[in-house]
Design a protein around this ligand. Structure first.
Ligand SMILES: *Cc1c(COP(=O)(O)O)cnc(C)c1O
Length: 307
């Protein structure tokens, strides 16, 4: 099966962007769905098509929803995206433009998620979970295949963590290539740090609420497998503030002329703080649709006020 995602550029970071000497960027912001999510979601949707699914259902107004819409349309399958009532009209419109049927159910994601699972059963459709499925992790792991295939040797990888699907995929990819000792710097924002909460508690923990603006990192609890892999693979869990994350988005846009979400800015913001002890650092530039020139401007203004 030809994958639905593209092999994204691997770029040396622009001079002056980081203090650290050698940083490499895996530019998944350039995936056709706007984020790395297409890697895993594409794999999941392709398998669903092979298994005879009649349609695709996903509960996400975020990048998983955009990836599900992209993958389903590419394979000619109908796709329904279920949003909670709090999702913006703009997101609903953008999903509809991409060929998705948009439904509203519930006040919060958990309610939309439950409804979407029932809808999938009723319609003979495959349900796409945003972060908790082995095929998703396998799909995400291809980013490591590409980096290794390009011949880059690195001694640490920095990634954002939401529900931990991307993290699971990265660990899987590292293990496949015998890179079991390469540490993963797992970055969350204050107010969305569910992986760090679990590591601190020594068991899977659930945050009472999400209070970060990095909505793509806003899983109150990570996948059980993400916690398990963080316990068995060298993992450094770190947190940055929303202001640090958004300021990193602004610096990155200036240096590389690419817009990314605060979720991705979180990973970029952690590089200077955590990268110093390493010779060559790889950053997963996970991307995201939740950014615009206008948002970037407001983040730049907020960063100036905080400075
Ligand atoms: C989904 C997403 C994340 C977090 O990925 P998880 O697999 O939920 O940990 C980070 N950044 C962006 C842009 C995302 O879309």
């Amino acid at each position: 099966m030809t994958p639905l995602h593209v092999n994204t550029p691997l770029l040396r970071a622009a001079p002056g962007l980081f203090n650290h000497a050698e940083v490499w960027l895996k530019m998944d912001a350039l995936q056709p769905s706007g984020s790395f999510k297409l890697r895993g979601v594409g794999r999941l949707v392709q398998q669903a098509a092979v298994d005879g699914a009649k349609a695709i259902v996903c509960a996400s107004g975020g990048n998983a929803g955009f990836a599900a819409a992209h993958a389903a349309v590419a394979l000619g399958l109908p796709v329904a995206i279920v949003l909670p009532s709090t999702s913006s009209a703009a997101v609903a419109e953008r999903l509809a433009e991409r060929g998705a049927e948009v439904l509203r159910h519930g006040a919060v994601w958990d309610e939309a998620h439950e409804f979407a699972q029932r809808l999938a059963t009723d319609r003979g459709a495959a349900y796409v979970h945003p972060f908790d499925h082995p095929l998703l992790w396998a799909g995400h792991s291809t980013l490591i295949d590409e980096v290794v295939g390009a011949g880059l040797q690195f001694d640490a990888i920095v990634t954002a963590v939401g529900g931990g699907g991307l993290f699971c995929g990265i660990v899987e990819g590292l293990r496949r290539h015998g890179l079991d000792d390469v540490p993963v710097i797992a970055v969350e924002t204050h107010g969305a740090a569910s992986l760090q909460a679990s590591l601190a508690a020594g068991e899977l923990a659930t945050l009472p609420a999400i209070t970060s603006i990095a909505t793509s990192l806003g899983a109150r609890r990570v996948a059980a497998e993400a916690f398990a892999r963080a316990c068995s693979h060298p993992t450094l869990a770190v947190q940055v503030s929303d202001v640090e994350a958004t300021a990193a988005c602004v610096r990155f846009a200036d240096a590389h002329r690419v817009l990314v979400e605060p979720a991705c800015g979180a990973a970029l913001a952690a590089v200077d703080r955590q990268g110093a002890g390493f010779k060559r650092v790889l950053v997963e530039v996970c991307g995201g649709m939740g950014v615009s020139v206008e948002l970037l401007r407001s983040w730049a203004a907020a960063a100036t006020m905080a400075a």
